[in-house]
Design a protein around this ligand. Structure first.
Ligand SMILES: Nc1nc2c(ncn2[C@@H]2O[C@H](COP(=O)(O)OP(=O)(O)OP(=O)(O)O)[C@@H](O)[C@H]2O)c(=O)[nH]1
Ligand SMILES: [Mg+2]
Length: 298
């Protein structure tokens, strides 16, 4: 959870988890990272209450760099905003995170750069490039001491996105904007704010909209539950494997034991991913939420 001081981060942590994080009407109540545990959909989620950050945080103001660095390693950022200045806070905080190399709710640019030993720089694209040209690509590569490379743009990316790709140290993290204190606002304003993408409007004091907050949090975490069926035993539906959406049978093998991939023969899958219940599949089969998998090894 990241946000300006006094937006209600600690109050939210205290309500969502069994951890008590001190909250008060003055700014900078929280001075260190307070972890709390939230159990939702059979999944243990660690929620971190971070100290409030201020404009200029990415340049080090108010220990902002340390706070944002913690956010860099998270699976999801909850940006907590105060209802009466939500848009301004969202803009300023997003800029601070951007300056620290965090890209919110966006995908890594699909640009392949193959560095070679000779042959100069060759630029190709699968569509028209309207925001960057070959000359600029050469210049940027030169600044990064790359003189021979094959560059392929798979979309019409901007100069900044190309630089992100070359620097290769950006973090692409989903972000849920949590607009708090709606008990102090008008219905019209709440409705307007609720229409922004990836946004949930809540009130901690009135406990408003928490069910939707948890639903959105779950959706943006982008994880699936896979249940494994050990040989000759029943499936334990209380102990799922937690995997990123789009995971394959190979990911299931890896999360059980590293030997499993080498010894893998086939897997049987039950669930929405397959047409026949069960269906025999290979290592690269993509699984869906709540699938049951039985692995067969040599
Ligand atoms: N009206 C109203 N006040 C709230 C709500 N949530 C929190 N507050 C109040 O806002 C003040 C600040 O709350 P905190 O939880 O300490 O805020 P914080 O974001 O953790 O602040 P820092 O630790 O200083 O960064 C407290 O007085 C809370 O009681 C809400 O939904 N409505
Ligand atoms: Mg706090």
């Amino acid at each position: 959870m990241i946000g300006f001081p006094s937006v209600g981060k600690s109050t939210l942590l205290t309500l969502l988890t069994s951890t008590k994080s001190q909250s008060a009407a003055y700014e900078f109540t929280t001075l260190r990272c307070i972890p709390g545990i939230l159990v939702h959909n059979n999944t243990v989620i660690q929620l971190l209450d971070l100290p409030g950050i201020i404009e200029g945080a990415s340049r080090g103001r108010g220990h902002g760099r340390q706070v944002i660095s913690t956010a860099r390693n998270s699976d999801l950022i909850l940006m907590v905003l105060n209802c009466d200045s939500a848009e301004l806070q969202r803009k300023l905080l997003s800029r601070e995170l951007y300056n620290m190399g965090i890209r919110l709710n966006s995908q890594r640019p699909n640009i392949s750069v193959r560095v070679k030993a000779s042959g100069g720089v060759i630029v190709n694209s699968t569509c028209d490039l309207t925001q960057i040209d070959s000359k600029l690509v050469y210049e940027i590569l030169k600044l990064h001491r790359i003189h021979n490379a094959e560059v392929l743009f798979h979309d019409d990316y901007s100069v900044d996105e190309f630089i992100d790709c070359i620097e290769n140290n950006r973090k692409y993290i989903p972000c849920l904007y949590v607009v708090n204190k709606i008990d102090c606002s008008t219905m019209a304003e709440i409705h307007r704010l609720a229409c922004f993408p990836n946004t949930v409007v809540i009130s901690c004091t009135e406990r408003l909209n928490f069910t939707f907050l948890l639903q959105m949090l779950w959706r943006l975490l982008n994880i699936i539950h896979i249940y494994t069926k050990p040989k000759g035993k029943k499936v334990d539906f209380n102990d799922p494997l937690i995997l990123p959406r789009g995971s394959t049978v190979q990911a299931v093998c890896n999360s059980i034991h590293r030997d499993f991939v080498d010894r893998f023969k086939y897997a049987l899958v039950w669930g929405v991913s397959v047409r026949f219940q069960p269906q025999r599949v290979g290592l690269h089969f993509v699984l869906h939420d709540d699938d049951v998998v039985a692995l067969y090894t040599r």
